[in-house]
Design a protein around this ligand. Sequence first.
Ligand code: T68
Length: 819
Amino acid sequence: MPKNGQTQQFNKAAFQAAVEKHLTTTYASTDETATARSWYLAMGKALAEISTGNLLATEKNLAEQKARSVNYLSLEFLIGRLTGNNLISMGLYENVAEAMEEMGQNLTDLLEEERDPALGNGGLGRLAACFMDSLAAQEYPAVGYGLHYEYGLFRQSFVDGRQVEAPDAWRGIEGYPWEVLRPELSQEVSLYGHVEGYTDENGVECRRWVPAMSVEGVAWDLPIVGYDNKSVYPLRLWECRSNAPFSLARFNDGDYVGAQYSALEAGNVTKVLYPNDNHDQGKALRLMQQYFHCACSVADILRRHEAAGNSIESLSELETIQLNDTHPTIAIPELMRILMDEYKLGWESAWEISSKTFAYTNHTLLPEALETWSEALIQQMLPRHMEIIFEINHRFMKQVEQTWPGNNEVKRKLSIIQEGPQRMVRMANLCVVSTYAVNGVAALHSELVKRDLFPEFNELFPGRLTNVTNGVTPRRWIKYCNPGLSALISEKVGNDWPANLEKIAGLEKFADDAAFQKRYMAVKKENKQRLANWVEENMGIELDTDAIFDIQIKRLHEYKRQHLNLLNILALYHRLLNDPTFDMHPRVFFFGAKAAPGYALAKDIIFAINKVAEKVNNDPRLGGKLKVVFIPDYRVSLAEILFPAADVSEQISTAGKEASGTGNMKFAMNGALTIGTMDGANVEMREEVGDENIFIFGLLVDEVQKLKQEGYDPYRYYHADSLLRAAMDLLETDEFTPGNPGQLAAIRHNLLEGGDPYLVLADFADYVKTQEKIDAEYRDQKTWARKAILNTALMSKFSSDRSIRDYANNIWKLEPVSL
Ligand code: T68
């Protein structure tokens, strides 16, 4: 592999001239009037010129070589800031820092001017971003297809402790310097209308869609720069332009067009990212986003395939399409429609191609997150697709009948169409039937997909259901965000670990080396100070970096159990004030989490944590032992400060509910010890680091299921445990909301009368005990350092490079192609 491929092309004087040119001609600034923001924009544009050239070269090379490629379809790519990361991948960080210094600019300051492109909700979107990074780093031919939302995930602030949402105009008024418009790739996307039969020139009976309106899809490419190589792959984001979004000629087609048109007009299709994670909302505009994304992406894949001179019959040999969850499922009937109605293939030939092209990743078992769409809605918006879905189901039901003759129970369960007062299309079932591979995202999760979610499908399609354990990119999540640790690692194992994370295992032999322990802990301390400074500057809270930094950062969701963490905090508060024999090492509990705007209990939990924080942080009786910090507007750029600063990582979901988790991996790589349940990838992390180096607690999946079957009674735990009772009862008082008792009572109510659906009370005692163990172990800094080092050393499995190799070898059958 050519080393530092892009460094060789760097010419400092030319680069500085390009920055100057953009400063004056693109952003109309002079050296005198330029702000830090205009310097950042000009620098970004100058860098994008380099990456765009390499993007076009990569595209050309792959077309010429007729390389097999993966098309990663995702409604979300939570890429985070690109400038610093791309500089590292290009090998230009030092060069550009020097070039900018000569122009009187500090690179670190300029990088802070970039807004986070927050084009995703959480884990699923961030995974897609890590995967693109790993595809490029290993030169597996790939295109990422997503949506160019005008507004990303909402910005969060707190007003009197309550979450307030504001729109996120991530591109600013100037536009984002890294994106390039590709007008030549525009697509027209049809909607509504009806289906008609006709006889073609050969006398064959055919079907065709007569749409009622169309919108335009415009492509923006963001460069995914390969680490230490020359390849640059596109992340292609479609923007909907619907200035005149309907055909006048067909306007009289039916009144329903008029009815739907207002929805479109009110919110242009790609206006805003839906802010729900792990929850299906079923809004028509969301279905329109999904179809718009799929129609543009499938058309672009076919365009590339044909432009390279390939026949449609060879599609599945050269292209594979990975569906990131069911959100892009409508791509399946879309490809079938094009193959049959436009390429005139028969059903069998079309199915042969389509079912060998698509693969699907499942990210959740939560019933409320499994997507269904009303048949009536699909019928109205995409009538030809509905017809095709019926035909897929019809043929599938015949297959089920052969395997389980006369068994209507099993048919009802497996059918793509769910019967009921409103018939619904089950997108996950459609995916399992229509793809060649279905994977879960961690070993435990994939087993549960087979055992609990799709047992009959597993019988019907042996081998189709499989696992690819998630991973995260070590470039962003170690090298870029933790320069101190990176330098230390490089010194011990050489500097090629970011592309070969197996190398960090070389740290294992230094785990007992006192001098190394000291330096490792000194880096941790610096990172804690960096976070403490941020908190002081932005929130006015002073923190002691000798305290244990205990961090839970992830979307707010009952199954993730931020309220279990809160109950432990309340128990500590109670004991500090009431138990003279109780002592604890000072600890700061950090939270970062957005709640979906319509999720009332999640918002109540945020409010409660904020109110507890207000009290605790200012209560002199606690002697500074307990602090609570809720970081507002948690996002990728803050994650980059939080992960390196953690001593303790909170991964405390109810067993069986967190498909994988990926934050758990980022924490451990950066030397935090995990307190976690036997859930998601925690299970595999424990396998890697050993039971002594992770704090596991709580019920196992089978114990959770058994307890629920037997009839779980939260009151049993409440009555039996006086500490739990004390913590719970604090929620009813006005201890944290002076003069307003009961403001936090919704949580208590949900846990008692509400039946505690995520077994918070059942796991409380073991959680508290395990937190005490952490407290004791932290006091022995040498042992702690040893464990932290081993966590860094033993995390190589969780590089997304390994995940991508698993996909490439076991599912996609892809080979790297170097430029
Ligand atoms: C997450 N899912 C899983 N969903 O919860 C997490 N959902 O365990 C896993 O590690 C991660 O995916 C990556 O596999 C999500 O993040 C969403 O964000 C989402 C968005 C829209 C609709 C439904």
